[in-house]
Ligand binder design. Structure first.
Ligand code: SF4
Ligand code: SF4
Length: 177
């Protein structure tokens, strides 16, 4: 099993419901976030395009944050979800420096925090909070190893891109374009 997420940039309206849902579900302190919206405009007036991207940790297959962690706090589950065991984290921030996606932050309590794909919800058979609240249903989550999963289906039928593929991290966040 390999959990991954796809974000439909053609359906995302940038409402930030996913960001608020994550902050609420995961008790993210005020002023911090585990997911965020990026708006990219391209072209010259009047021929402009706008891309909205709901971004978060890419749960990279080749994760530098896991490799560089001196205590093993940053680790990967058997389903490919990258997590931080808060009690093992010494707050050295090596992982923050190593992440090309700026997906981690230091929690005011001293440990490093980031998106978990709502791992606690997956165990209960629920979708990540961001996916479950999106009003345009532009977030897809599931198992890349299951050819019948919704995410496998959209990745087969749509064009997509990865962010900073040249970093070699093999991200598992796919942006449908
Ligand atoms: S996006 Fe950053 S924090 Fe997430 S797995 Fe990749 S390198 Fe680690
Ligand atoms: S800040 Fe914590 S999770 Fe990050 S590398 Fe240091 S010990 Fe590991």
């Amino acid at each position: 099993m390999r959990y991954a997420m796809a974000i439909d940039t053609l359906k995302c309206v940038g409402c930030s419901d996913c960001v608020v849902a994550c902050q609420t579900e995961n008790n993210v302190p005020i002023g911090y976030c585990r997911d965020w919206i990026v708006e990219v405009t391209d072209g010259t007036y009047p021929n402009l395009t706008l891309e909205n991207r709901s971004e978060r940790c890419c749960h990279c297959t080749n994760a530098p944050c896991v490799r560089c962690c001196p205590t093993g706090a940053s680790h990967k589950t058997e389903e490919g979800v990258v997590l931080v065991t808060h009690s093992d984290c010494i707050g050295c921030a090596a992982c923050i420096t190593s992440c090309p996606y700026d997906a981690r932050y230091t929690h005011p309590e001293g440990y490093v925090d980031k998106c978990t794909f709502c791992y606690h919800r997956l165990a209960d058979g629920l979708l990540p909070a961001c996916v479950s609240v999106c009003p345009t249903k532009c977030l897809y989550f599931g198992d890349l190893d299951n050819p019948e999963s919704k995410i496998s289906e959209v990745l087969k039928n749509r064009k997509w891109k990865l962010l900073i593929p040249e970093a070699g991290t093999e991200p598992k966040l796919y942006f449908l374009i």
